[in-house]
Design a protein around this ligand. Structure first.
Ligand code: 0L1
Ligand code: MG
Length: 262
């Protein structure tokens, strides 16, 4: 770590204010070029504490930048991990107020709910599947607090990996008999197909992203508790949306997820 506690608290306030005031800021590594990933996760944790102090609760965990399409889009080569809060949840088919977001994008994801805890190091996809209660289809709405989505990995981790809203839909299914690698998904924006992928786009298998999260937490002495909801990362590149747009994503075997931006 390179930052002192005061700087971590100030940067957490700066980034959370950007979210709450719907105002983009420059990436924080411009002013703090030595900021490393430990600093970034410490800032993310400080944002968590600020939200919890206002009675907002963690609703789940997320892996981000887990597909080649997203890594290429964002110019990075490793995943990142963040937190999903209760106020970010939008019902399937619901409306999202675009003026509460800076420059939202949507990405289709497979989400896992665990029936057993997962602990690294050495967690792997097989252990994730054995610990999975069910999977559900989901769409994450990301909204980087950085101008023009211009950031580096440390900046985006500190910004809670652009977490903003999420929609869960379709049907919940146990993983027996499901091949999450070949499970296809098609995203439509205003009735036009804008993205397609298969589960394997996420690190070869979406369960690998969940295992990577367990291993990441293990390095901090934490595990993923039973019952945790985990978004495994966008299978496609993220698609920009604005007021007036309708998004509909069909997932093979899992039903669909939709929302409207108003
Ligand atoms: O969910 C994610 O893939 C994290 C995205 C963070 C970077 C971005 O805002 O695109
Ligand atoms: Mg995502």
């Amino acid at each position: 770590m390179t930052l002192d506690q005061d700087t971590i608290q100030n940067l957490a306030a700066h980034l959370e204010d950007a979210e709450l005031n719907v105002r983009a800021v420059t990436k924080i590594t411009d002013a703090h070029p030595s900021l490393d990933w430990d600093d970034a996760y410490a800032i993310q944790h400080a944002i968590r504490l600020r939200k919890e102090a206002r009675s907002q609760r963690v609703a789940g965990l997320k892996a981000g930048l887990t597909s080649r399409a997203k890594m290429k889009q964002m110019g990075v080569d490793v995943p990142c991990f963040g937190l999903i809060f209760d106020y970010m949840s939008v019902p399937n088919g619901g409306e999202i107020e675009a003026n509460k977001l800076i420059h939202p994008k949507v990405e289709a994801e497979i989400a896992f709910v665990l029936k057993q805890p997962l602990r690294g190091p050495g967690c792997h996809a097989g252990a994730v599947l054995a610990a999975t209660d069910f999977v559900v289809p989901a769409v994450e709405i990301i909204d980087s607090r950085y101008e023009n989505f211009r950031f580096d990995l440390a900046s985006v981790i500190a910004d809670n990996t652009s977490a903003s809203r999420f929609v869960v839909g379709g049907v919940a299914r146990g993983v027996e008999g499901l091949d999450l690698r070949t499970l296809g998904l098609v995203m439509e924006k205003n009735g036009e197909i804008v993205a397609m992928a298969a589960g394997a786009a996420v690190l070869g298998h979406p369960a690998v992203a969940v295992a990577a999260l367990a291993n990441h937490l293990a390095a901090r002495g934490e595990e993923i508790p039973a019952g945790t909801f985990i978004m495994s990362g966008g299978a496609t590149e993220a698609i920009s949306v604005a007021a007036g747009d309708a998004i509909h994503v069909r997932f093979q075997d899992l039903g669909s997820v939709s929302m409207r931006f108003v």
